[in-house]
Ligand binder design. Structure first.
Ligand SMILES: C[S@@+](CC[C@H](N)C(=O)[O-])C[C@H]1O[C@@H](n2cnc3c(N)ncnc32)[C@H](O)[C@@H]1O
Length: 264
């Protein structure tokens, strides 16, 4: 199966979750204290007045949270239904100035006629993209000179281990760190809705691939942080008082999440 067909399968799979995600996130956003992933919140700092491009925005909940911090946000997602619900969600919260665009991130060039102070993408994103070099090109294209890029995602090393075995105290390397082929999962979701039966494809990327895709596209990496804990839903079997998650048998043994900033 070609990567094009795998992306189509992913689109179909994510589409199945769109309505449930919209409903879950609508409930969460009704609470004015709802925040972004606390690690992201802390690392982004003050974004008031910044023009932000939010890649893989799902049904727009995090785009709305970025806008609540005073940013001017454009969200992008592969799934038309996600974008339809993102617009609806923004409307329900009286935030008419958000812009949402349906597109494969890797095919975004030409679809938005603007450049941004900040491009952000976080919480379960790069594994859906087969070609990080093209991703780097897109980021470079849409950043203003001196603009900044921010990524926060599962750490590539954490993704090597069998998540079910980790929860039972066993560390078994299941997914090859240097694997070129994506992992096929028959189920999608489970973090903001029930998991649904829908074949989907996920590409593990190495640290080298992530960093070189930016470096090769004239972006300068200015910050890297490997986190011992991650946001709920990205792995782990214990949650701490800050709402961060980790495997109780493996705290401080493996990095759970990765943050990175780069400048144009
Ligand atoms: C785990 S979610 C991102 C996290 C988000 N904060 C959430 O609440 O679900 C991954 C998102 O990536 C989107 N996606 C997957 N492949 C994509 C692609 N090639 N281009 C753009 N978006 C894509 C999916 O539609 C989905 O909304």
């Amino acid at each position: 199966m070609s990567n094009e067909n795998k992306i189509q399968a992913n689109e179909k799979a994510w589409r199945k979750l769109a309505k449930d995600h919209f409903e879950t996130y609508k409930k969460r956003l009704l609470d004015p204290n709802t925040k972004l992933n606390p690690l992201v919140e802390n690392e982004l700092g003050n974004i008031k007045g910044k023009r932000i491009l939010h890649l893989q925005c799902n049904t727009g909940a995090d785009s709305i949270l970025l806008a609540r911090k005073g940013a001017i946000v454009t969200g992008v997602d592969l799934v038309e239904d996600n974008i339809k619900y993102a617009r609806l969600l923004a409307k329900e919260f009286g935030m008419d100035d958000l812009t949402f665009v349906t597109s494969d991130v890797l095919k975004l060039i030409g679809k938005i006629d603007d450049q941004f102070d900040l491009i952000v993408t976080f919480d379960g994103v790069i594994g859906w993209l087969p070609d990080l070099n093209q991703w780097g090109k897109v980021i470079h294209h849409y950043l203003k000179p001196n603009g900044e890029f921010y990524l926060h995602d599962a750490h590539p090393l954490a993704l090597v281990f069998d998540e079910e075995k980790m929860a039972h105290g066993k560390m078994i390397a299941r997914y090859p760190y240097f694997g070129k082929d994506p992992d096929m999962d028959p189920y999608i979701g489970g973090y903001a809705s029930d998991a649904k039966l829908a074949e989907n494809y996920y590409w593990n990327h190495t640290m080298e691939e992530i960093m070189m895709s930016l470096i090769n596209n004239q972006l300068t990496i200015t910050y890297i942080k490997e986190h011992e804990k991650c946001v709920i839903g990205m792995g782990g079997d214990v949650v701490d008082d800050d709402g961060l998650s980790y495997y109780k048998n493996f705290l401080s043994k493996i990095p759970m999440a990765l943050s990175l900033k780069a400048k144009k």
